[in-house]
Write a protein that binds this ligand. Structure first.
Ligand SMILES: [Fe+2]
Length: 301
């Protein structure tokens, strides 16, 4: 895989490991992966497995629970934890997955079933720690002082019976004005969240959010503004785009490669896919809660 994450690249073939010792990973390999993930926020695995069943067992080693928020994505390989990435050919701007809601996953996994034939559709990644460090004091001050307010409408199971709208409760900091809308089978609420926050395993702030993706691409977001009502000045937006562009790294997909991304720290997206491209097949898994985040001694200095 050609990219600029060479130092994070791990060569482990779990099909081979399972054949040899019936263990997916040795303790040393497991520890090594966690160490790299916590320090760098992204780990790339070269040719990890050609078997989806084994891949799923591997991701299970790090996952306590999975997120099924993006119902629009088709289930793959008869496994509800494995989904297609977003369909279409359009580029997708940098974002932290579902960071506009309390159900933001901790880890995003992308696996290459088939690489593209054309040189297009590269996955893009930007480290929110580096991005925050690169911003001017003026821009930092703007986002440190005020949170963003997302107005959301999240679909619920449409088998739930009843009519009308009633007050509802979600046990998450930042949730306001929450209602269960039985007429259109949704939960409506406002979610107040800072665009900058502390990264999980390092004592640093990261700017990883859902501020710059067009609202048309995310049907759950009704509106998005600063909580104090201020509009983000164009100068600030331009600065963020310019600096994020400089820091963005690209992943050239190779068959059976896997990428593990800290979704609190990193933003991801995708470049345009060539219209003639018929081969590209990338699948995703979303770990809502990892098995290791709450372990003691999780901080790197
Ligand atoms: Fe995404």
């Amino acid at each position: 895989m050609k990219n600029k994450f060479a130092t994070d690249k791990i060569k482990i073939n779990i099909d081979y490991n399972l054949k040899k010792s019936s263990k997916i990973l040795s303790q040393k390999e497991h520890e090594d992966i966690l160490k790299k993930f916590k320090k760098n926020g992204v780990v790339i695995f070269s040719n990890i497995s050609s078997k989806i069943q084994n891949l799923s067992k591997f991701v299970d080693l790090f996952s306590q629970a999975y997120s099924h928020d993006a119902q629009r994505r088709k289930i793959r390989f008869n496994n509800r934890n494995i989904r297609n990435v977003d369909v279409g050919y359009n580029k997708i701007l940098l974002h932290s997955e579902t960071s506009f809601s309390p159900s933001r996953p901790e880890i995003i996994w992308f696996y290459c079933v088939k690489p593209p034939k054309t040189n297009s559709g590269k996955t893009i990644l930007c480290d929110g720690v580096d991005l925050w460090n690169s911003l001017s004091t003026h821009t930092k001050t703007f986002f440190l002082g005020d949170p963003v307010c997302y107005s959301l409408k999240i679909p619920i199971n449409n088998k739930i019976k009843g009519k009308g709208k009633r007050p509802w409760f979600l046990n998450n900091p930042g949730v306001k004005n929450c209602y269960l809308n039985l007429d259109d089978k949704s939960i409506e609420f406002k979610y107040v969240k800072f665009a900058v926050e502390e990264a999980n395993y390092i004592n640093k702030l990261c700017f990883s959010n859902h501020l710059f993706v067009p609202l048309s691409s995310e049907p759950q977001i009704m509106s998005r503004k600063m909580y104090n009502g201020k509009i983000i000045p164009k100068k600030i937006e331009d600065e963020i785009h310019e600096k994020a562009n400089k820091l963005t790294k690209r992943i050239t997909w190779v068959k059976n490669d896997l990428v593990m991304i800290d979704n609190i720290r990193f933003m991801h997206g995708r470049e345009n896919i060539n219209k003639n491209e018929k081969e590209r097949d990338i699948i995703t898994m979303q770990t809502s809660k990892s098995k290791f985040r709450s372990e003691p001694n999780n901080k790197f200095s």
